[in-house]
Write a protein that binds this ligand. Sequence first.
Ligand code: SF4
Length: 103
Amino acid sequence: MASFRCRRCSACCRQPGFVYLTPQDAERLAAAFGMDVYKFTETYCLLLDRRHLALKKQTDESCLFLGKEGCSVYESRPAQCRDFPLQWKTERSFGYCEGLKGR
Ligand code: SF4
């Protein structure tokens, strides 16, 4: 896995499911938008099961912050995104991640 190279295909940003935020993720992203955390979460987040903060999604299931040029908040992206696929992945990941396919 040390040889993994991201192909920037953005497939991971278009998967079903949610990007969950840690409190640190929310603070970092809020700062990047020049917002306080309350305003950031009110604008860009969902509260799942009344306690899990996750990013809203676009109507096609892709991440709210996925733009034409890829991730629009790359420098401030959440830990869940930073950690994929070296720290975590699923069996399904091998079917869509160009970097995992090309190992
Ligand atoms: S799916 Fe894999 S190769 Fe494509 S952007 Fe995500 S990590 Fe990179």
